[in-house]
Ligand binder design. Structure first.
Ligand SMILES: Nc1nc2c(c(=O)[nH]1)N[C@H]1C(S)=C(S)[C@@H](COP(=O)(O)OP(=O)(O)OC[C@H]3O[C@@H](n4cnc5c(N)ncnc54)[C@H](O)[C@@H]3O)O[C@H]1N2
Ligand code: MOO
Length: 438
């Protein structure tokens, strides 16, 4: 075998979807953890075990707006024979000093306010006359309108058991307990817990910064007028949105013309803010396939990107490599809009989620009954059709054809239908693999 033959057989090798994905993911690792403010850490993976520094609640407090009383004083109270207690003042939430409640006394108390010393139960205001001397109260009057209600007498109509309507210190969580373990994905309740225990920031794997560059001299920015032979650049918008959706901080770089020097300069500029670079277009076998031209045969210092053929449809031509001083991953996706989106779903999304250290990097694959026949799926290539999946019925219906320029059909689909490499036809009513999107 001479050198030329060796090179061409390498170039002609067809990679399976799984081989390409394994290659990409084997070269990508979770980003170095950093300390982030709580809301910036939303959706990120915690890298530290967090211990509770203080009990929650930090003090015994009322779960009702009402009166802090002594159980013995209200024993046997009824509407006919209420317990009359002297109101010694108000305890509002946030109140640092609470008056001691002695025998025959009550303190008016608000939800969340510390239970004053001497009191061992809270009766809701609805169990009392609210100090009005009339029947049962529905609510307290605002302090600003009726300051006299913080004094005087209150009639309690029902007895209370010890501890009634009191949330005791530590009843949620005790000091020293584990709050969250490393590896937890921080959703709203976890962010809430961290704030409740006084943590302002946490160590997490940050969201990766994804730079999306589309290429093609035919591309025009939406909103501008189209000239002859021109089309709007939809991929950079679609892929930037998809990167955000996957959890990344995404930067869209407008379309770069099919000029190797311009693309090289653009990529060099963008490396500074990229944890991962995604390009669209220019990876097939044409005379103006600028991504391939620019990134093939890089110097050892510049990195290396390999262009390959995959046994899939759409999405056959793909590039992947590591470039720049930090060896930033670059995925070069094909330019056809459906091809670039499906390639993103299959390879970039798991890469982003791996960089985030997330536990589930792949979307779920389900089984569903295909309501229509699929004919002429290419032999030897895994086909990804667009489908409308109905989870209740357990069915999926192909949307549009197999061609990779059908943008409207993609926008109407909510799932991908997978037709395996060795299957060329799917009969209506048979079961297929489905990947719900979104
Ligand atoms: N002789 C061959 N031709 C092609 C082959 C092949 O094997 N032999 N493969 C085809 C397949 S499959 C694909 S996929 C495409 C991939 O081409 P490129 O990645 O080089 O993409 P372009 O040529 O730049 O564009 C393809 C198509 O998509 C449109 N496009 C590109 N970028 C955008 C964008 N940002 N927004 C909207 N539309 C975009 C572009 O105008 C072209 O129509 O190659 C086949 N050819
Ligand atoms: O494989 Mo291309 O990605 O069919 O359109």
């Amino acid at each position: 075998m001479n050198g030329t033959t060796g090179q061409s057989s390498h170039r002609d090798r067809v990679w399976s979807v799984a081989e390409h994905l394994d290659d990409v993911l084997s070269k990508i690792h979770p980003l170095e953890p950093i300390e982030l403010q709580l809301l910036d850490a939303q959706g990120c993976v915690l890298v530290e075990d967090v211990t509770v520094p203080l009990a929650l609640p930090p003090f015994d407090n009322s779960s009702m707006d009402g009166y802090a009383v002594r159980v013995a004083d209200v024993a046997g109270a009824t509407p006919e024979f209420p317990a009359a207690l002297t109101v010694i003042g108000d305890v509002a939430a946030g109140s640092g000093e609470a008056p001691a409640v002695g025998p025959g006394e009550a303190a008016r108390i608000m939800t969340g306010a510390p239970v004053p010393p001497g009191a061992d139960a809270v009766v809701p205001v609805e169990w009392t006359d609210g100090g009005s001397g009339q029947g049962p109260a529905a609510a307290m009057r605002a302090h600003s309108a009726a300051p006299q209600d913080a004094a005087g007498e209150v009639r309690v109509h029902r007895p209370a058991t010890a501890g009634a309507h009191i949330r005791t210190r530590g009843s949620d969580v005790s000091a020293g307990e584990s709050a969250l373990r490393a590896g937890t994905v921080l959703g709203p309740p976890q962010i809430g817990l961290l704030a409740a225990i006084g943590r302002g920031s946490v160590r997490v794997h940050p969201r990766p910064r994804v730079v999306v560059v589309s290429t093609g001299s035919e591309l025009v920015q939406p909103g501008e007028a189209l000239g002859p032979g021109q089309i709007y650049d939809s991929n950079s918008f679609q892929l930037t949105a998809a990167a955000r959706d996957a959890g990344a901080i995404a930067y869209r770089v407008g379309a770069v013309a099919d000029d190797a020097e311009t693309l090289r300069a653009t990529l060099e500029d963008q490396l500074i803010r990229a944890d991962i670079l995604v390009t669209s277009g220019g990876v097939s076998v044409g005379a103006y396939d600028v991504v391939k031209e620019t990134l093939t045969d890089l110097s050892a210092e510049e990195g290396s990107v390999e262009f390959r053929k995959l046994a899939m449809q759409p999405g056959k031509p793909q590039g992947f490599g590591l470039i720049g001083p930090d060896r930033t991953p670059l995925l070069a996706l094909p330019g056809n809009p459906v091809s670039s989106y499906i390639s993103f779903e299959l390879f970039v999304r798991p890469a982003i989620r791996t960089l985030m250290g997330l536990p589930d990097v792949h979307r779920e694959t389900l089984r569903a009954e295909c309501t229509e026949a699929v004919t002429a799926s290419p032999a030897g290539r895994r086909q990804f059709l667009r489908g409308s999946y109905d989870p209740e019925a357990g069915t999926v219906t192909p949307v549009g054809g197999a061609s990779s320029h059908l943008i409207k059909a993609l926008a109407r689909a909510n799932a991908l239908i997978i037709v395996p490499e060795d299957t060329t036809e799917v009969a209506a009513g048979s079961t297929v693999d489905v990947v719900p999107l979104g």
